[in-house]
Design a protein around this ligand. Structure first.
Ligand SMILES: [Zn+2]
Length: 348
C-alpha cells in the first residue's frame, strides 16, 4: 500500500467512525484517535520527514487535504449532534404559557341534592334517618300496613314480585313504598319514635312525564304520648317553609291511606306564581302543589306493635323526592331525572 493509499484508507475509516460517534464524549475520543499524539493521521504527518523530497510533497499535500476534510467533517458532525439534541429537548419541553386543561368537576344528582336537603330539614326537627331493605316481605309492605290480600289499594301499587320466599312464609317483592320501615322500626324500638326513612321504591307503572317505575320516597314516622294532627301539620308546615321558602302556606285535604286514620294530603301554595296563572309551569293555575300524603298512624298498627293505643299516638307522612325535585327546579318530565344525560343533569 502506498502512502497515498494509506491516507485514503485512514480518511475512509475516520469518516465511518465519525458517523457512528453519537455524543460529545465519542467526538473527543474520535478527535484524539485521528489528530492526537498517537492519532492515525498524525502518524502519517510525522513520517513525512523520512520520505524523498518529491514524494514528501505529494504525500504531504494529500495528508493536509485529508486533515482539512476530516476537520470539516468533525465540525459538521458536532453541529448535527447539537441540533438533534436541541430538537429533542424542545419536544420534551413544558410550555408554561399554554392555558391549562380544564378539570370537569362532578356534582350531586338533583334528586340526591333534594333528598339530602329533606333529611337535613327533618334532622333539625328531631328526626333520625334510618333505612330499610328494598326487597321486602309482603307482610311488611302490605299486610301489617292494613292492606290485606284483596284490598283495592294493592291495585294501585302492584309491583315486582320475586320467585323466592323466606322461610316458606310469604312472597318477597320490591317495596312499593318506604312505609314497611314503619313496621320494622316500631317492632324493634320503643316510643318516643321520630324517624325519617329515605329509599327507592318500585311500582309496576306505565311511565309518562309524571310517573316512573322507580321513585325515591322519604317517609316520616313519629310516635309519642299526646301527638295530634296539629303536630303533624306544624311539622309539615315547617318543612314546607324550609324547603320552598318562608312565605309558604300549607293546605291539608282529607285523603285515604289504609295505614293512617285520618289520612290527609298536604299541598303548598305555588311559589312560582300568585296562584292564578294558567300558564304557570309549576301549578298550571291550580295555585296548590300536592307534595305528600300523611295522617295519624292507625291505632291498630300501634296496638300490633305492642304499644298501648290509648297512651301513644303518632303521625306518618310520605313524600316523593322526584316530585319535590321537579317542583324545586321546575323540571317538567320525571323521566329526564334518570336518563343519565349530563347535559340535562349538570344544569342543577
Ligand atoms: Zn303556579
Amino acid at each position: 500500500m502506498t502512502a497515498i493509499e494509506q491516507i485514503a484508507a485512514i480518511e475512509a475509516e475516520a469518516r465511518a467512525s465519525l458517523a457512528a460517534a453519537g455524543d460529545d464524549g465519542a467526538l473527543a475520543a474520535w478527535q484524539s484517535g485521528v489528530f492526537g499524539k498517537g492519532g492515525s493521521l498524525t502518524g502519517i504527518l510525522r513520517g513525512l520527514g523520512a520520505l524523498a523530497p518529491e514524494e514528501r510533497k505529494a504525500v504531504g499535500a494529500a495528508a493536509n487535504l485529508a486533515k482539512q476534510a476530516l476537520e470539516a467533517a468533525l465540525a459538521e458532525r458536532r453541529d448535527a449532534l447539537k441540533a438533534a439534541s436541541l430538537a429533542a429537548s424542545a419536544a420534551d419541553a413544558l410550555d408554561v404559557t399554554l392555558p391549562g386543561r380544564p378539570l370537569r368537576r362532578g356534582r350531586l344528582h338533583p334528586v340526591t341534592q333534594v333528598r339530602r336537603e329533606i333529611l337535613d330539614i327533618f334532622a333539625r326537627l328531631g328526626f333520625a334517618t334510618v333505612e330499610g331493605p328494598e326487597v321486602e316481605l309482603d307482610e311488611y309492605n302490605f299486610g301489617r300496613l292494613r292492606i290485606p290480600e284483596h284490598h283495592p289499594a294493592r291495585d294501585m301499587w302492584d309491583t315486582f314480585w320475586l320467585d323466592e320466599e323466606v322461610d316458606g312464609r310469604q312472597p318477597l317483592l320490591l317495596r312499593t313504598h318506604t312505609s314497611p320501615m314503619q313496621i320494622r322500626h316500631i317492632d324493634t324500638h320503643e316510643p318516643p319514635i321520630r324517624v325519617a326513612v329515605p329509599g327507592r321504591c318500585y311500582r309496576y307503572e306505565a311511565t309518562d312525564a309524571t310517573h316512573e317505575w322507580m321513585l325515591e320516597q322519604v317517609e316520616l314516622l313519629a310516635i309519642d304520648e299526646g301527638l295530634s294532627l296539629a303536630n303533624l301539620k306544624g311539622t309539615l308546615q315547617e318543612f314546607a317553609r324550609q324547603m320552598f321558602g318562608p312565605e309558604r302556606r300549607v293546605l291539608m285535604r282529607n285523603s285515604y291511606f289504609p295505614f293512617v286514620e285520618p289520612g290527609v294530603e298536604l299541598a303548598v301554595d305555588c311559589f312560582a306564581c300568585p296562584g292564578d296563572n294558567p300558564a304557570c309551569p309549576v301549578c298550571r293555575g291550580a295555585g296548590w302543589l300536592e307534595i305528600m300524603g300523611a295522617g295519624m298512624v292507625h291505632p291498630e298498627i300501634i296496638a300490633a306493635a305492642g304499644y298501648d293505643p290509648e297512651r301513644y299516638t303518632g303521625f306518618a307522612a310520605g313524600m316523593g323526592v322526584e316530585r319535590i325535585t321537579m317542583l324545586k327546579f321546575g323540571i317538567t318530565d320525571i323521566r329526564d331525572l334518570h336518563a343519565n344525560d349530563l347535559r340535562f343533569l349538570s344544569q342543577f
